[in-house]
Design a protein around this ligand. Structure first.
Ligand code: ZN
Length: 255
């Protein structure tokens, strides 16, 4: 993978109580903040990451992208964005979901990573192409970007009113779908992959897991009050351990 790392959690292995059991990583779903902190620390450690080197977003179903160089400060307000990109190796970007599509992106050559949260509104708004564009502005090339989408509600389960399906399909035709029981549906994952292909990202793979069908994953549509899964992306730091660059500057590890 050339130094690019992608990880998606499931719901097990954490400390949260019902209905957030067990590994809820979402801080805005009503769970005990101490449990969320403990879960985030556990998840990070299991991935070999320092918990304080993970960047979280305040996701709002939009298409805004934040360019980050480090984690948010303790008193810093986390911006309302649905994608985050970085040119900082070793910094992990995290996206929270429970049915929406988590999108992880990395150009290991440029040392640029991105994470995006694409639900139906984000798909229509184009948050994924916006994230790719922001990565390109940091030196990434779409043809080099590796894209991974994680567990999400599938097109056979995500039922919507007929009018909504047509509105989505007008913007992203690939998202037009039908439920397994024959009613109108939206396939956000298919739509995201179509957008990635259109943006020139050819190395893309999807998780086969449907959150609504899997009891090992949180699903908002199935359970309403529930936890959040996380996807993490990061690039390996240079083995020589390059010191951090100046604020706002890009890290040059010479590889
Ligand atoms: Zn499904």
């Amino acid at each position: 993978m050339g130094g690019a790392h992608f990880a998606f959690t499931d719901r097990w292995g954490g400390v949260s109580a019902v209905p957030y059991e067990e590994l809820n990583l979402g801080g805005a779903v009503g769970d005990d903040p101490a449990a969320v902190r403990a879960n985030r620390a556990r998840a990070a450690e299991s991935l070999g990451l320092a918990p304080d080197r993970v960047v979280w977003m305040n996701q709002v179903h939009g298409r805004d992208v934040a360019v980050v160089d480090g984690p948010w400060g303790p008193d810093e307000q986390i911006p309302a964005v649905d994608a985050v990109v970085t040119a900082r190796r070793g910094l992990a970007l995290a996206v929270l979901t429970a049915d929406c599509t988590p999108v992880l992106l990395a150009d290991p050559v440029a040392g640029v990573a991105g994470a995006a949260h694409a639900g139906r509104p984000g798909l229509v708004a184009g948050v994924v192409p916006a994230a790719v564009e922001a990565m390109v502005s940091l030196g990434a090339e779409p043809g080099r970007i590796i894209a991974r989408t994680g567990p999400a509600v599938c097109g056979h389960c995500y039922e919507v009113p007929a009018q909504m399906r047509e509105a989505v399909a007008e913007v992203v035709p690939a998202a037009r779908a039908e439920t397994s029981w024959g009613t109108p549906a939206v396939d956000v994952v298919a739509g995201v992959h179509a957008q990635l292909a259109e943006a020139g990202v050819v190395n893309s793979r999807r998780s086969p897991v449907c959150t609504l069908e899997s009891r090992d994953h949180f699903s908002y549509r199935r359970d309403r009050v529930t936890g959040r899964l996380a996807g993490y992306v990061w690039l390996t730091e240079s083995s020589r351990g390059t010191p951090p660059g100046p604020p706002g500057g890009k890290q040059n590890d010479g590889s």
